[in-house]
Design a protein around this ligand. Sequence first.
Ligand code: NDP
Ligand SMILES: CC(C)CCC[C@@H](C)[C@H]1CC[C@H]2C3=C(CC[C@]12C)[C@@]1(C)CCC(=O)C[C@@H]1CC3
Length: 348
Amino acid sequence: MEKKTALITGANAGIGLALADRLLTEFPSIHLCLACRSKSKAEEAQTMLKEKHEEADICVLLVDVSNLESVYRAAEAIKKQYKHIDYLYLNAGIMPVSSVDWSHFWQCLFSSKCVDMFRTGDGLLKQVDGVTTDGMKQIFATNLFGHFALLKKVNSVLGGANRTTQVIWTSSSNAKKSAFMLSDIQHQHGSEPYSSSKYATDMISVALNERFNQQGIYSHTTCPGLVMTNLTYGILPSWFWTLLLPLLILIRIFTPTMNYSPYNGSEALVWLAKQPPQGIDPMCKYHSRLNWLGNRYVEPKKVNSNFIFLNYLFEIQLQLDVDISIAQKAYEELDKMETAIHKGIKLS
Ligand SMILES: NC(=O)C1=CN([C@@H]2O[C@H](COP(=O)(O)OP(=O)(O)OC[C@H]3O[C@@H](n4cnc5c(N)ncnc54)[C@H](OP(=O)(O)O)[C@@H]3O)[C@@H](O)[C@H]2O)C=CC1
Ligand SMILES: CC(C)CCC[C@@H](C)[C@H]1CC[C@H]2C3=C(CC[C@]12C)[C@@]1(C)CCC(=O)C[C@@H]1CC3
């Protein structure tokens, strides 16, 4: 059997690192490419994985997904090194937060929105954005656009006549339709850039399926739940989260999204790699779940039919509801942006 290849962005920490570890356990002969922005962190992860999986075939690729020149260089290196990629995990992401709105937290705690608040974090976090060296909004560039540009540039090593590629995005339960505007795709004007970038991710994945399934390229989005990583330690300090652990375990009785460990959070990402891609519903987002007994499972949830009666009754905000025609427009918009930017970047 031919050896499978998986590339993971943001593989040196958190969910990406746990995923790399789990893929090596599930598919011992896999070739893993750790695509990271820091050479030292990537090599540290590579050493750690090799210690655990002695026979593992792992390489490092340097890429800063928020920098388009770096993305284009990485794409060239990928095309030189690989004939085909089986799994492309678009996982790297940031969520810079300046503060938690505790008064909103207490208000929601004693209302019907309580469970939804723990599931999505909606309205609790003050999200802050920056600007990249390319002049783009940082969160959009990192979470979505850099990955989109990478996908476009490595298209020739994806899918094919007799082979498939699974593109697997790490999205979020924080994705929010009302945070996204087609006319402001980078989220220059709003206050929820992370929620917008993840909603746009869910849409782009739908559009990718519409366009590329016939070429053997399948795209799926995942939701890791709440996981303790550098991202969440940027919201509250790690010691505080450790103190909260008993409470989070208790909250699992009401919502199976409190995954806590990156290992649990990567459940859906690993599960997808084990499925024949043709059989996976392209209109679903795949959620890593942990029930109150501590058992892991994957829950597919439609991204286009969130309008259920109970949501309406309890005034829970409609977070998703992806429209295929808007998704196609968003894809075209990103495509145009990338083409325009590519013209201005010359690789030496
Ligand atoms: N933790 C959670 O509760 C949840 C996380 N997610 C998503 O999971 C994904 C992984 O995050 P998580 O593991 O939690 O967080 P971590 O901060 O632990 O990991 C993020 C990874 O992305 C990398 N990264 C960040 N920016 C860039 C960049 N510009 N170029 C290349 N790599 C970059 C980081 O590299 P470096 O170490 O160099 O910073 C790191 O390897 C993200 O997309 C996040 O949005 C979704 C839902 C919940
Ligand atoms: C447990 C409580 C006493 C205090 C925690 C309150 C909030 C800080 C958290 C509740 C739900 C969390 C959550 C996220 C961050 C932290 C919370 C808002 C995310 C937004 C992190 C990034 C994601 O992609 C989704 C997470 C959803 C839940």
